[in-house]
Design a protein around this ligand. Structure first.
Ligand code: KMH
Ligand code: ZN
Length: 277
């Protein structure tokens, strides 16, 4: 089994300080959180940019500051969001790819998202994909429901993408696929051969689905973007606290945790073309 890649989704676009007072907003806060998560066992951080007032932005300069601040503190794979926040245009969302980040998310379809709709038009998805390919950015395909995995297979058939693929099952979004063991098992069975996968369980699904991934050979995403609690009724004190628990459980189960460089090798990230400033 591959070593476990732990991703820390530090900030997200929709979570507020009212929900989680320790939510990192500024580039420096995000960089400090990233460093703590690396020390706790994370190999990757998934980042979203915020304005000073906490509102979400896909502004290139904001992402440049985040990447630079993180790089100053630690070595970690920085995965930028192209999902942005619900309601943003595709043109806004694509902006951070100009920085040639090591990795970026690519949502594979539209999904109801609580009271909103997270729109991903097929034509926009192809634009995101082409931009990533041109910039040498490794995509992480975000799967919120089964049809999105079918879309990956369609792209494979059309030779728009090739192995090695990496997907992230985001399970438990209200409107998306449930955060249940059955849902995860079903998705794993549908995976294109050779693809690696991460699971991001939303809310209370984060820990149980993460433990399943450790046992089944997948990888794990935790962090405030998906879940602000350590356990029922108790807020997590930091993103790193959530990372540390997953690392601890994985080591107990005799599955070592990947360093950032080991994760790059597992994912096939091209370190020569990636932005490492
Ligand atoms: N904020 C969500 C609507 C991503 O980062 O690519 C989309 C999202 C996915 O967070
Ligand atoms: Zn995100």
């Amino acid at each position: 089994m591959q070593k476990l890649i732990i991703t820390a989704a530090l900030t997200g676009a929709e979570v507020t300080r009212e929900q989680q007072p320790a939510l990192p907003f500024t580039p420096e806060e995000i960089a400090i959180a990233a460093e703590e998560c690396v020390q706790a066992g994370a190999a990757m951080v998934h980042v979203h940019a915020r304005n000073a007032d906490g509102s979400s932005t896909q502004d290139t300069e904001s992402y440049r500051k985040i990447i630079a601040a993180v790089r100053k503190r630690c070595d970690v794979i920085v995965q930028v969001s192209t999902g942005g926040a619900v309601g943003m245009t595709a043109a806004e969302r694509i902006a951070p790819l100009a920085l040639k980040p090591e990795m970026a998310t690519l949502s594979m379809g539209s999904v109801n998202f609580g009271g909103d709709v997270f729109m991903n038009h097929p034509a926009d998805m192809e634009v995101f994909l082409r931009a990533m390919q041109e910039q040498g950015v490794k995509p992480e395909f975000e799967i919120f429901d089964t049809g999105m995995l079918t879309s990956i297979k369609r792209w494979l058939k059309k030779a728009l993408i090739s192995s090695p693929l990496h997907v992230d099952f985001v399970l438990g979004v209200p409107g998306g696929m449930a955060g249940t063991p059955q849902a995860l098992m079903y998705l794993i069975e549908q995976l294109p051969s050779g693809a690696s996968w991460t699971v991001a369980g939303i809310g209370a699904a984060q820990l149980p689905l993460g433990v399943m991934a450790i046992v089944l050979g997948g990888h794990v995403r935790v962090g405030f973007e998906d879940n602000v609690y350590y356990r029922k009724g108790e807020l997590a004190s930091s993103n790193a606290q959530l990372v540390a628990r997953v690392a601890r459980i994985s080591r107990e189960l005799d599955r070592p945790v990947a360093t950032p460089n080991e994760a790059r090798a597992i994912l096939g990230i091209n370190t020569k073309t990636a932005y490492l400033a």
